[in-house]
Design a binder for this molecule. Structure first.
Ligand SMILES: C[S@@+](CC[C@H](N)C(=O)[O-])C[C@H]1O[C@@H](n2cnc3c(N)ncnc32)[C@H](O)[C@@H]1O
Length: 358
């Protein structure tokens, strides 16, 4: 495989937090590939990992291996209804896979903030500035904890002028309600401290953000079978829609239903809404035509659906989305010094950012 290709279609200034706390590596990060590691403040990344650790102590205080093997087995067999079918499996999935993704998503969102943050006029409703985000397939909590981290990062780097409040709706086919409740609680309440903690540690112990700044709702739906009017209600007023490590699952489940779903989503969304898609690089879906199977890259199918309007042969057919950024393969590498009871992973991903046209 050749070197990663990165194609910026639009200005996306990569930022380094201006007031990043000093990095003090304590343990060796599980670096599986060489390359630059994340420049986000390690202290903040650690706080996000602690949210997972504190939310599900039962999973992380005992040997998680047997449950992990069961979940992995069901995922391998693509038996998602069993893999996501009981609470202990959901918690196991969340503590194993969501923490690394959370840190990766925080970096992605932070780097895209200039594009994604709604302008004051878009977000102002009465006295409150709102940023409305819908996470499709967002049940396992990675995007939610990443957004909590983003709010904290805005607060510590004084970049929160337009972001007084985040409203997040997570929509998922599996029942992640309790996992999300625990993670939300970990974001908006002070983390537990030892009763022997010093007065200084106690006074420095703060929640990531407040409940009034960070609202999360969960909606259990199969997005591929949502009536268009229900989908429209769920994404009403959204500034950002995310499909993180979910789109390829949808394509694999049904290509035609996924295309229909993307078209319904397009119809439901207002001009200016952003759609962020992140997935494994090199994801393919098989399309059967005239008894022959042909594999298409996920991003080709996505561009085909979003960028080519129906009847696009007509010269006057207006595009419904514009593509702002594309990364075919990019690494997120963990910095050193992070502590977590089980393995954390560097991640490789593809990224596609679109904006709904007027
Ligand atoms: C690989 S997980 C990714 C979870 C999370 N977005 C993340 O990045 O960590 C895919 C998620 O999509 C959800 N999902 C799969 N098919 C779905 C569908 N038809 N409707 C809604 N959610 C779906 C799964 O339940 C699962 O939570």
């Amino acid at each position: 495989m050749g070197p990663p290709i990165s194609r910026n279609l639009h200005r996306t200034a990569k930022k380094t937090p201006s007031k990043a706390p000093a990095k003090t590596p304590k343990t060796k990060a599980p670096v599986s590939e060489t390359g630059p590691t994340s420049s986000l403040p390690v202290d903040l990344l650690q706080l996000l990992l602690n949210i997972f650790r504190n939310a599900f102590p039962e999973r992380l205080s005992t040997d998680i291996t047997p449950l992990l093997q069961e979940v992995k087995g069901h995922l391998y067999n693509r038996d998602f209804s069993t893999a996501f079918g009981k609470e202990e499996y959901l918690e196991t999935y969340a503590v194993r896979w969501s923490p690394s993704r959370t840190l990766c998503y925080l970096e992605i969102l932070y780097n895209l903030q200039d594009e994604l943050k709604p302008s004051k006029s878009e977000s102002q409703e009465g006295e409150d500035a709102n940023w409305n985000i819908v996470g499709l397939g967002g049940g396992a909590g990675a995007e939610i904890v990443a957004l909590g981290g983003l709010l904290k990062l805005f607060a510590t780097t004084n970049e929160d002028e337009h972001t007084a409040k985040m409203n997040i709706a997570a929509i998922d086919i599996a029942d992640w309600a309790n996992v999300i409740k625990q993670l939300h609680s970990g974001i908006v309440t002070k983390p537990p401290l030892s009763k022997y903690a010093s007065a200084a540690a106690q006074s420095a112990n703060n929640a990531l953000t407040s409940p009034s700044s960070f609202a999360v709702t969960f909606h259990q739906h199969d997005v591929l079978n949502l009536p268009p009017e229900t989908l429209a209600r769920l994404v009403e007023n959204a500034h950002l829609i995310t499909l993180l490590f979910t789109l390829n699952e949808l394509y694999t489940s049904s290509l035609s239903l996924t295309q229909k779903f993307l078209l319904n989503l397009t119809t439901a969304l207002a001009p200016g809404t952003h759609l962020l898609v992140v997935d494994s690089p090199g994801s393919y879906s098989t399309v059967s035509l005239n008894d022959t199977d042909k594999k298409y890259p996920m991003q080709w199918l996505l561009d085909h659906t979003l960028l080519q309007p129906p009847g696009s042969a007509k010269a006057d057919a207006a595009p419904r989305w514009e593509k702002l950024q594309e990364e075919e393969s990019k690494w997120f590498r963990l910095p050193g010094g992070l502590r977590y009871p089980i393995e954390l992973e560097n991640m490789r991903y593809q990224l596609h950012l679109y904006r709904r046209c007027g």
